[in-house]
Design a protein around this ligand. Sequence first.
Ligand code: FES
Length: 109
Amino acid sequence: MSERQSNSHLVAKVGEIEEDEAIQVTIGEFVLAIFNLGGTFHATDDTCTHAFASLADGYVEDGCVECPVHAARFEIATGKAVALPAEEDIKTYPVRVEGEDIYVELPAG
Ligand code: FES
């Protein structure tokens, strides 16, 4: 029996997210964007820190996502805000792929 305390959540299958695309996933209070960057998956908060747009609807280029509303940019791997008007970073979450399954590790609630 495993005693491992896990907050892993199955969020998608590998084939469900096309390259340089993202999907929005809601897990409890968390609304996440799951990105496929060249076959590597990343999870961030979905909501732009500027004014509540969904970053899963944004434009992915060069490892960044551009907000679809006012064009702020965030580095997907780190969540860092790299272009105005957003000044606050988005949170990122650890991702694990097992076979075809994508899991995201969320903070304990
Ligand atoms: S809502 Fe994202 S830049 Fe304004």
